[in-house]
Design a protein around this ligand. Structure first.
Ligand SMILES: [Zn+2]
Length: 478
């Protein structure tokens, strides 16, 4: 029997306000423990919370960026549970009337676009942080309340995700949105983006949902993908051996790459939700929503369409360029200087994006990268002044230091050699050195020509014009 996974994600995003959601304490990360606290966020008796308007504003902006409707009337509720990092013994959250609802995100996976529906976006306060002693014999733990009351939004998707790779893409698109509108830095290491996954499996084609487990403790997108892969395999194995899957919360162990049972899953009624009596309901007028909608920057999918339609860029390139706002803006700056957009997009992806992936950096870290120098590099290739090989050799210096590539090419004498007489000798030499390849070509294996051209490129240190080299070989081997 074939099985298919059904995945829904719950993502917590920390909003980047200066102060906490219900008091004026700072939200700064990394302060000395228990210094950003006051009677309100410590949950002392007799205090009253007051909603930070900026939190509401950013929550609405985030909801709009996720194509949600905005509730004209919503409210806060108390969610009860006992845990040492939650000083009030309840968390102020939103239960039945979230601020945003019925949204969606379109993701691209394997060249196809798929819509993932978003159930809701709600506001809530964060809990504190427990720090456990490294000695297992220790009979105490530390608690830091600096994070208590830091504003979060929780974004809950419908179970529309059908593979770990799709989950990864969804998270990328979501993070990208939040960064475009600048409501969060979505830094996973500092906990400003956290993700829990609900997953069940069912026989392929079945409409019924299987028993789901919730996976927590994944601190990178890659970890989400791996944990889901593991969990799918585990659940399929259980079903195949006729075991029952328990509804439970499981923890991802990144070192062992397994999920382990943490506790049986609570139902909503276990939290005894009731309306927060200390906060007034939130009424949002249509004018404010309209104003906030107008304040949003151009979204990645609008840019995506524009790049394809107006600039003629291949879909995949457009998708990758719009994946990060700063990258898209860099591309747009380059496009103002040079109108071979396709070539620009290819070179930005093959050189800059690859550089960033390799060094695990963002374009933000490339302080010296200059659109002018980069455009100049692309132009030199397009005009045939340097070969692609040379451009690749020079690109790192252009990316890291912003050096004018013309200068590097001149100093290192890297201009493309298209002069037939200069290349002719190298072609002859390679033919003499590679009799086997020459024979193969003559016997009809035309593909071998790539190998021969490569040998000449090596000899010329990448400077020979590959087109001229190819033509010479073809003429000589005829
Ligand atoms: Zn406080």
């Amino acid at each position: 029997m074939e099985f298919e996974p059904v995945i829904g994600l719950e993502v917590h995003v920390q909003l980047n306000t200066e102060t906490k959601i219900f008091c004026t304490c700072s939200t700064r990360f990394g302060s000395t423990p228990n210094t950003n606290v006051c009677p309100v966020c410590l949950g002392l008796p007799g205090v009253l919370p007051v909603l930070n308007q900026n939190v509401l504003k950013k929550a609405i902006q985030a909801s709009l960026a996720l194509n949600c409707h905005i509730a004209s009337y919503s409210k806060f509720d108390r969610k009860h549970y006992y845990y040492p990092d939650l000083p009030k013994n309840y968390q102020i959250s939103q239960y039945d009337l979230p601020i945003g609802y019925k949204g969606f995100l379109d993701i691209r996976n394997n060249d196809k676009t798929k819509r993932i529906n978003i159930t809701r976006v709600h506001m809530e306060e964060d809990a504190g942080k427990l720090i456990h002693s490294e000695k297992s014999s220790a009979s105490f733990s530390y608690v830091d309340y600096n994070r208590t009351g830091v504003p979060l939004i929780e974004i809950v998707s419908e179970p529309d995700i059908s593979s770990p790779a799709e989950a990864h893409r969804y998270l990328e698109v979501l993070k990208n949105r939040m960064r475009y509108i600048e409501v969060s830095d979505c830094n996973m290491e500092e906990g400003s983006l956290r993700c829990d996954a609900n997953i069940s499996i069912r026989p392929t084609g079945s409409k019924e949902l299987g028993v789901k487990t919730e996976i927590k403790n994944m601190n990178s997108f890659k970890a989400v993908e791996k944990a889901l892969e593991y969990e799918i395999k585990r659940q399929i194995e259980m079903l195949e051996s006729k075991q029952k899957i328990k509804q439970e919360t499981r923890l991802w162990d990144a070192d062992k790459e397994v999920t382990t049972s943490m506790r049986s899953k609570e139902e909503a009624h276990d939290y005894r939700y009731f309306p927060e009596p200390d906060l007034v309901p939130i009424i949002v007028g249509p004018e404010w929503v309209k104003e906030l909608k107008a304040s949003l920057p151009q979204m990645p999918d609008e840019k995506f369409k524009q790049y394809i339609k107006k600039m003629g860029i291949p879909d995949e390139n457009a998708y990758r360029l719009t994946a990060e706002k700063e990258l898209a803006l860099f591309f747009e700056k380059c496009a103002e200087l040079y109108d071979n957009y396709k070539s620009l997009s290819n070179w930005i992806i093959s050189e800059i994006v690859q550089y960033l992936n390799k060094h695990q950096k963002t374009i933000h870290d490339l302080k010296k990268l200059d659109p002018k120098s980069f455009v100049s590099l692309v132009k030199m290739v397009d005009k045939g002044e340097i070969t692609s090989r040379v451009a690749k050799d020079v690109s790192t210096e252009v990316i890291e230091k912003g050096t004018d590539p013309e200068k590097i090419v001149k100093e290192k004498n890297l201009k493309q050699v298209s002069d037939v007489s200069a290349i002719d000798k190298m072609v002859d030499d390679v033919m003499a050195e590679e009799p086997d390849a020459v024979e193969k070509f003559k016997a009809g294996k035309e593909g071998v020509i790539g190998y021969l051209v490569g040998k000449v490129m090596q000899k010329s240190k990448g400077k020979a014009n590959p087109k001229v080299v190819t033509e010479l070989f073809r003429a000589k081997l005829k």
